[in-house]
Write a protein that binds this ligand. Sequence first.
Ligand code: CDP
Length: 791
Amino acid sequence: MATTTPKTSPEVGGMGHSVKRKEDPRLIRGKGNYVDDVQLPGMLHMDIVRSPYAHAKIKKISTEKAMKVPGVLAVITGETLAQFKLHWMPTLMSDTQMVLPTDRVMYQAQEVAAVVATDRYAAADGVDAVEVEYEPLPVVVDPFKALEPGAPVLRTDKPGKTDNRIFHWEVGDRAGTDAALKASDVVVKEQIYIPRIHVASIETCGCVADFNKINGKLTVYMTTQAPHAIRTVFALVAGHVGLSEEKIRIISPDIGGGFGGKVPVYPGYVIAVAASVVIGKPVKWIEDRMENLQADSFARDYHISAELAAKKDGTITALKIKTVADHGYADAAANPSKFPAGLFSICTGSYDLKNAFAEVDGVYTNKPPGGIAYRCSFRVTEAVHAIERMVDVLAQELKMDPAQLRMKNFIPKDKFPYKSALGWEYDSGDYPAALKKAMDIVGYDALRKEQAEKRKKGELMGIGISSFTEIVGAGPSKHFDILGIKMFDSCELRVHPTGKATARFGTKSQGQGHETTYAQIIAEELGIPAAHVEVEEGDTDTAPYGLGTYASRSTPTAGAAGAIAARKVRDKAKKIAAYLLEVGEDDLVWEPGKFSVKGAPQKSKTIQDIAFAAYTNHPQGMEAGLEAVDYYDPPNLTFPFGSYICVVDIDRGTGEVKVRRFVAVDDCGNIINPMIVDGQIHGGLTMGLAPALYEEITYDEQGNVQGGSFIDYLVPTAMETPKWETDKTVTPSPHHPFGAKGVGESATVGAPPAIANAVVDALSHLGVRHIDIPITPEKVWNILKEKDAAL
Ligand code: CDP
């Protein structure tokens, strides 16, 4: 079933063709339409007063001076919103979060008040003129201290709350795993911290809220990855002030990067909506860079304690993981509600082990809400980092080659579908093939020889492997929901009389190229050239209901819906073709783009002929038109995988890590557009390099953010980015309509442990077993000095 040779011609551009991205002429010429491009008549501007303290009582907010600033029309505080019961809102994890505070702030950069003015500059001047009196309170930034008895209880707004634990979640067989650990020949244990990072999308968050007082309709142009879910949340939160779902329209225009950071509702959105409803004019709110880096879109922050057990021969027997998850002041992650720790239970990875147990404690601290699924399917990055680091730690302990150890423990190809010890059913995989291919490309054996030679000369070179398994494409709806809304996705397909089509989806691209790849899916199924299929997403007034784009779910869900909708259209087209050709349906054969009569191929009708007939000459008794809708609820997730090999050289004079080579072999099943998949991998690898070597957000004891600007928060540029070498294997998903798996996040997930493993490998002969990411030159330099290996 593996699709490597396209079935359609390049002119049709179905699956397997590297069709150039339809969206690029607009995006690369600066003609995109982003939310900040939206200009409406009479539009006002909003700016936000933010807290300098991580925890403080608000004693007084004085707005008089701000109201005197020319152009300032309103100052909105928590008290203003409290009159409408809008000062609190639910988070996507059914926790609660302040929109604006009435008495306390809980993290630095928290929204304290908002100023609405006739222009952006007046709004900023107004913000400067708002006077807030704070009384600092004890700050808790360390999640372990937050869990200690006697720690200040942060969420005093929750009646009866006596500690800072948000949830305790566990999965697997604790007793069985403990017994297996005891019975094993070798157990390695490691503390692994995966630091707080930020999605750092080029476009910050923002919206234009436009309430029309005459017809009561609210239109919100918003940088959201999930417009439909947001509309429902708005209706549920603000229904009591008259906002009704049919009167709310969310338009998600072009998005300059989402990466999970644009799934939640942030306070600024709600305040802008409230301001527009009260004032009756459009209100624009756009975060500046520092607000974005300091107040929202944070990910990771997982403190992991892992134990991995094996027999002497390297057979892995058990995995046990205990994690403290720092969520900041509110649990505002966008996880499916049954999964408070996301899909962390994929932590057994690509390995066939019988015993596993994982537990996670979510903790409140005085930091902004975290837990964003940053370019990963709800905590998969954390899980993959843990297992791929631990396998290397075990290899070091056993003095085994890490590639050999992986090969020995991979889930065998013939065991798929495979039921993991923590409950997932992996759909398909061929892990040895991917690793073997990566080893061949990189020249693994020769590199090991080179490393041995270099070590003799005192040079530091390392080779790191990561053989990851992802889990993407939520639903199925029986297990997955966001705030109770089931996770499926949708396509509405209309074929017009002249054989061109419009396809609308419940997802929303943020640069992934859906306008192109979705058109290719329709082209594959119907033979209508991709160039003639217009794809629309992101407008709740027109698109069918869907849960949005994140967690690499678009291809597994909405992409599948597109194929099924097209097949429904094809079924009807067949009836029309039979009528036009005066034969029975069973006498017809389909090839992309036309039905012809069996044994008489000259007697045929193209999809364009059929489309015209559907409106001009359809069989009497049949409904006119040629369209279909599909709401696709996947039977399972898809499990893309890959093997990455990274080669690093370390400068003993500075501690700098240089990635010399990076080979990425990915498998996302059947591929729609090889060029786009390659682009996804390239971008993802760079986003994986970032936390491995550069990015981290930290806080001092007072909860002051360190790294809240691009001066301190190091996003890799072209200068730091190595040449990526990509290749693939193709193992189709057996349950997906066209055998595809998601791919958008594989590289972000798989890359960090490959890089970390390479650095540790370079230093392993000095007795180094683990280094937490980001592996900065300073960290390496300190290790070199400690080991007497610095130049
Ligand atoms: O949900 P998101 O779009 O981020 O992730 P995805 O479904 O993994 O798709 C990312 C991009 O890669 C989309 O344009 C997909 O259509 C494309 N893709 C592909 O061409 N072939 C695949 N097997 C998987 C994704």
